[in-house]
Ligand binder design. Structure first.
Ligand code: BDR
Ligand code: CA
Length: 316
């Protein structure tokens, strides 16, 4: 009989955010496949003081153990742009969670990333950024030797066919810190990008939200409340049937990569132009000879994704 595979070690780098919160819950609900070494918060959807506290709230809600670290409070070279218009004032509007009792780890999130990658055997730690790439790029700048030790970076960010959501040309996570995104894409690490092209197909439905509520658990109620709140924005903006659960796609890809498909392509980041700042120039049609630096996902099996989410979230 073959031995079961050990769980994959990951660091979740995040700016919760309702969809970040669901991603964290999905990871913590899946200990057979995923070991969360730590959660590093970054400024993004809302300022750092809120994202780090929100990350602790979500961990506490899950009832599973995880350490939370605060990372960078602003992009590498720019002023912070936030998205309260999508996520609400708290970043987690839609469910009232108590002030977390879980203490914030004293170590800086960037130091945690560096130290973890230096301590764990090379090629055994996957980074899962769900927000602007500031923490990851700062870690790479501080200790360039860690890049070669990363197993993979699976990130939510960018767009090609969908182009942009925060500007006509750029997706939020990349737009907020384009210089950081450029460092990550040039790092030589294996990168899997989960762009809007995939996540705009990961739409919630009234049925699924009702199913979450019917779990009659604190997690079910919170997820239903968050997604109810969060989807309003996209339904009004795109006229879509539901709201996109962007960040859970990153964790779902680790659990069930067969739910997704994409292409190995070259992706460059626009950092110069004011008009198209943060654009992910994705060579989907391979019209250049620039070498591939990312697996760029385009399709997701929506039913399979939501079945996975339902099954896992019901465990918490
Ligand atoms: C990304 O931006 C944030 O608003 C979401 O949490 C997601 O990570 C989508 O553009
Ligand atoms: Ca996010």
């Amino acid at each position: 009989m073959s031995r079961p595979k050990p769980p994959r070690k990951i660091i979740i780098d995040t700016d919760p955010g309702q969809d970040d919160a669901v991603a964290i819950l999905l990871a913590l609900a899946s200990p057979e496949e995923i070991e969360v070494l730590g959660i590093t918060a970054v400024a993004g959807n809302v300022p750092l003081a809120l994202t780090e506290a929100n990350a602790r709230r979500v961990v506490e809600l899950s009832g599973r153990p995880a350490r939370v670290f605060a990372g960078c409070d602003r992009p590498m070279h720019r002023a912070l742009v936030t998205a309260e218009h999508v996520h609400g004032k708290t970043g987690l509007d839609g469910a009232d969670l108590p002030v977390p009792r879980l203490a914030l780890e004293p170590q800086h999130g960037v130091d945690f990333i560096v130290e973890t990658l230096m301590r764990e055997p090379p090629g055994t730690v996957t980074l899962c950024p769900l927000g602007p790439l500031t923490n990851i790029a700062t870690a790479f700048r501080r200790a360039p030797e860690i890049a070669a030790r990363v197993q993979e970076i699976v990130l939510m960010g960018g767009a090609y066919f969908e182009v942009g959501n925060i500007t006509p040309a750029a997706e939020f996570n990349i737009y907020v810190d384009p210089e950081a995104a450029e460092i990550v894409l040039k790092s030589g690490c294996r990168v899997v990008m989960v762009p809007l092209d995939a996540t705009h197909k990961a739409l919630t439905s009234r049925d699924w939200i009702a199913r979450m509520r019917a779990l009659e658990t604190p997690v079910g109620r919170a997820v239903a409340g968050w997604t109810d709140f969060f989807e309003r924005f996209d339904v009004a903006k795109y006229g879509s049937e539901g709201g996109p659960l962007h960040d859970p796609c990153v964790i779902a890809w680790l659990l069930a990569p067969g739910l997704f498909s994409g292409r190995e392509i070259n992706v460059e980041i626009e950092t110069g132009s004011e008009l198209t700042l943060g654009m992910t120039v994705a060579d989907w049609w391979r019209v250049t000879d620039r070498p591939a630096n990312a697996l760029f996902l385009r399709e997701v099996d929506r039913d399979g994704l939501f079945a996975l989410l339902t099954e896992r979230l019901a465990r918490l």
